[in-house]
Each structure stands twice: as structure tokens, then as C-alpha cells.
Design a binder for this molecule. Structure first.
Ligand SMILES: Cc1ncc(COP(=O)(O)O)c(C=O)c1O
Length: 447
């Protein structure tokens, strides 16, 4: 294994990010914090400023070429700048920009979603995962006449008031593991939104069944594989049990597939695990980086937008250029592509496991080839948020920082997204970089 690859330079040639840091400082005059999302703040050594992306790489203002595993926080399953998508978008833009009316390209995109997603009898497009999750909750409340919703600790369903609860709570504030208390996510958030929210531990069927049996829950919303935090498989039989309990109690089951959709499989987690929700939501990989989201599901529920008095809007819904990107993306998502991405991701996971074993570092590397998670300090893959909360976060941030200096950009929360452009060579270079980063942190006593 080479230790002099571009991703694993000698200590004297570690990458620096001074120009990014300086640009962020300058831009903070106009942009709050120099970034346009709180989730891009406080990145070590600095939030980065990019000039372009190509395949598995990003190129920043310091002249660095980075192997990218953020992949836009998940969307870029085809990598940066895939030719078919770029060509489709260029060609669509010649027809105009926004019509506040219907187009053939949006119908084609919708038909593809309905063909690919098992539960999608009908669908609607939106612009972000946060807003389609709201649409799903509204539909569920209208359909059941109930107000309360169950969400799970550690699951993320967007940044709006009624769901930004217990997404990454401090365990000290979160109450007992089997009866968590809702922990608010932001100052300024309406505390009363917790009145209609029940937060439960995920992957525990008995606790969910007991709460559902009270018969007052409109919807259960979950990431069917918990991928925003961790990359956690549902326990054997869990999703099937949840499906049955929801059906028995007249509760709408919503799978938030904003990460898993079009990433774990063409039909998302529901295809992979063979469990069909009533409604599901999509975003991210549906359009490989264009601002597209979708809600899909049972026709009787979706038709409540038409004749059931339920409102859903959005100026940019089904924006034609974004729809061209959607069609181009969905047509690229072949079985061969999933096999390739899965294989690359598995190669990377196995490579990391070997590095950690070689350096005697306790770590869990778990999940799927297409998206997995590295948790330092865990012996076993996590089963839920409380397990995950035991990971050594400061050491992991030190690890991602050491990786950045070796030309690998990975999320500080532990997630690794893989694209069809991450070839075997790129994966090997990443494993080399991990070896170098672990070696450095071992020497410093951080690991
Ligand atoms: C599972 C899940 N649901 C919803 C969202 C919100 O999507 P968006 O950021 O597009 O609003 C995210 C974003 O990361 C997510 O991971």
C-alpha cells in the first residue's frame, strides 16, 4: 500500500486551507457566519470555499484537490458534474425557466418515481426534504383526524419547529433511554410543538406498540434505516412489526427516505427491506444535487391534496430545469450502478476496518456500501441513538481534520457517502489517507 499517494502526503506537504478561512472571514460581512446553513458552520479546520467539482473530487480556493465523501450531504450519487445530467440541464434551460404551470418533463420525472418506488401510487414534487416532511405530516393529520406524531430519537426530519426535537440531544438532557424526553433543537423554536410530539427510542418494537395502542397517534415518521446520525440497520422484524402496528391502530406510517431514497436502492429502503409505508418522502439523491424533493404514497392519501382540503404549495415545485436533472438522474440509477457503488463502499469499509485493527483503534464501521458510518470508541455497531452517543466525537473530529489535511473530505458526524465515481484507485487512496491520519493521531495520543 503506497503511503506517498496524493491523498497521503508526507507531513511536510499536508494540505492547508488558509485561503478558505480568510474567504469565510471576509464573506461573514454579508453572509451570517460566511455560510448558508448552520450545518456548514464550525467545521474543522475551517468551512471550505470551493471553485468546482468533478467526479469524486472537489477543488477549493487554496488549490487543493479533495476526495469528497460529503457528496453535498448525500445527494451526489453520480458524483460531481455527471455528463448526462449536465447535458440534460443545458438543453432544458433553452426552453425557459419557470412557468407556474405543467410540463412534459415533470410528468416524466413523476412517472419514473412511481415506477421505481414500491409505495408510490401517486406523488408530488417539492424543493427540500424539510418541506415534504411537513406535507406528509399534514396529510397524516388530515387523514386520521388526530394530531400527535411519533418520531424517534436521533432521527432528523428537517429544521422546522414541529420536528427539530431530539435530533442529536445530549444524553444528560434526554431522560431515560426507554422513555426519552423531547429535547428542543433551536432557540426560537415554539416549545408548544412538543405537545403533539412523542419521542421514542428507535428499533424497539414493544415500546412503539405500547404507545400506538392508545389509539391517538396520527403518524409514525422514521428513517427506515437511521442514516442522518449513524447508518443503522433496522433490527430483524422491526419494520414489519411497525407496519403491522400502524395498520392495526389506523396510524399513517411515513418513511423519511430523504437520505435512503434512490441511494440504498432504486426503490429506497422500502425496496431494500420489503416494507411498504403509507407515505414516503424523498430528496437528495433524487436529482443528484438539484433542489428537488418529493412526497409519494397511497393514492387515497395523496388525493387529499385534490379533494380532501389539504393544502400543498411551493413556487419552485417541479421547476423544469430541476425536473430535467431529476429525469437524467433517475435514468442513470441502474442495477449495475448500485452494484458498483455498493462494491466501492464495501471496499472502503473493509479497508477502514483493517486500518483500525492494524493500529489497535476501537471503532465501529457499519451501514451500507452506499452510505456508512464510522464511530470511534464503539465495539459493536450502534442499534439506536443512545448507542451512537457513546462514540468519541472529539477524537472523530480530529480524525476528519487529519483526513482533510491529507486530501479527503469526510463529514464530522461520521457519515460516509459514496458515489459511482469513487473508483477502486480513489478508494485505495482514501484508505491510505486514513492510515496516515490514524498514525498521526496515535502518535499525538488523541487515539
Ligand atoms: C432524513 C432526512 N430528512 C429530511 C431532511 C431535510 O432535508 P432538506 O435539508 O433538503 O430540507 C434531511 C436532511 O439532511 C434528512 O437527512
Amino acid at each position: 500500500m503506497s503511503v506517498t499517494s496524493p491523498a497521503n502526503p508526507s507531513a511536510s506537504s499536508l494540505l492547508s486551507f488558509d485561503k478558505s478561512a480568510e474567504t469565510i472571514r471576509t464573506n461573514s460581512q454579508w453572509i451570517a457566519g460566511g455560510v448558508n446553513s448552520n450545518f456548514r458552520l464550525n467545521i474543522a479546520p475551517t468551512p471550505l470555499v470551493f471553485e468546482r467539482g468533478e467526479g469524486p473530487y472537489l477543488f477549493d480556493v487554496d488549490g487543493n484537490k479533495l476526495i469528497d465523501y460529503y457528496l453535498g450531504m448525500g445527494p451526489m450519487i453520480l458524483g460531481h458534474k455527471p455528463k448526462a445530467l449536465v447535458d440534460a440541464v443545458k438543453s432544458q434551460i433553452d426552453s425557459g425557466i419557470l412557468f407556474a404551470g405543467q410540463t412534459a418533463i415533470e410528468a416524466e420525472a413523476a412517472r419514473l418515481v412511481c415506477q421505481m418506488v414500491p409505495s408510490a401510487e401517486r406523488m408530488r414534487f417539492g424543493s427540500s426534504g424539510s418541506e415534504v416532511d411537513q406535507a406528509a405530516l399534514r396529510l397524516a393529520r388530515a387523514a386520521t383526524g388526530r394530531t400527535k406524531v411519533i418520531k424517534f430519537e436521533g432521527h432528523y426530519h428537517g429544521w422546522f419547529d414541529n420536528v427539530l426535537w431530539s435530533t442529536a440531544p445530549s444524553v444528560d438532557a434526554a431522560g431515560p433511554a426507554d422513555a426519552p424526553v423531547p429535547v428542543i433543537g433551536s432557540k426560537g423554536q415554539l416549545p408548544s410543538t412538543a405537545d403533539d410530539l412523542v419521542v421514542l427510542p428507535w428499533n424497539d418494537l414493544a415500546i412503539l406498540e405500547a404507545r400506538l395502542s392508545q389509539g391517538d397517534i396520527a403518524a409514525v415518521i422514521m428513517e427506515a434505516a437511521m442514516c442522518n446520525q449513524g447508518s443503522i440497520h433496522p433490527a430483524a422484524g422491526y419494520l414489519e412489526g411497525v407496519r403491522e402496528a400502524c395498520t392495526k391502530t389506523g396510524t399513517i406510517l411515513i418513511f423519511d427516505e430523504v437520505i435512503t431514497g434512490f441511494r440504498l436502492a432504486a426503490g429506497g429502503a422500502q425496496e431494500k427491506f420489503g416494507v411498504t409505508p403509507d407515505l414516503s418522502t424523498f430528496g437528495k439523491a433524487i436529482a443528484n444535487g438539484f433542489p428537488v424533493a418529493a412526497i409519494a404514497g397511497r393514492a387515497d392519501l395523496m388525493d387529499m391534496f385534490v379533494s380532501g382540503g389539504v393544502v400543498h404549495g411551493g413556487t419552485y415545485n417541479a421547476q423544469p430545469i430541476a425536473m430535467a436533472a431529476t429525469v437524467a438522474t433517475l435514468k442513470s440509477l441502474t442495477p449495475d450502478l448500485y452494484e458498483r457503488v455498493g462494491k466501492s463502499g464495501t471496499q472502503l469499509m473493509e479497508g477502514f476496518k483493517a486500518v483500525f485493527a492494524r493500529h489497535d483503534v476501537k471503532a465501529s464501521v457499519a451501514g451500507f456500501g452506499q452510505v456508512f458510518h464510522v464511530a470511534l470508541g464503539l465495539e459493536q455497531p450502534a442499534r439506536n441513538y443512545r448507542d451512537l452517543a457513546r462514540m468519541n466525537r472529539p477524537a472523530y473530529v480530529a480524525l476528519t481534520t487529519a483526513l482533510m489535511h491529507r486530501g479527503v473530505r469526510a463529514l464530522e458526524r461520521g457519515a460516509w457517502f459514496v458515489s459511482s465515481e469513487h473508483s477502486s484507485d480513489v478508494i485505495e487512496a482514501t484508505i491510505d489517507a486514513m492510515d496516515g491520519a490514524v498514525r498521526e493521531l496515535k502518535t499525538k495520543g488523541t487515539l
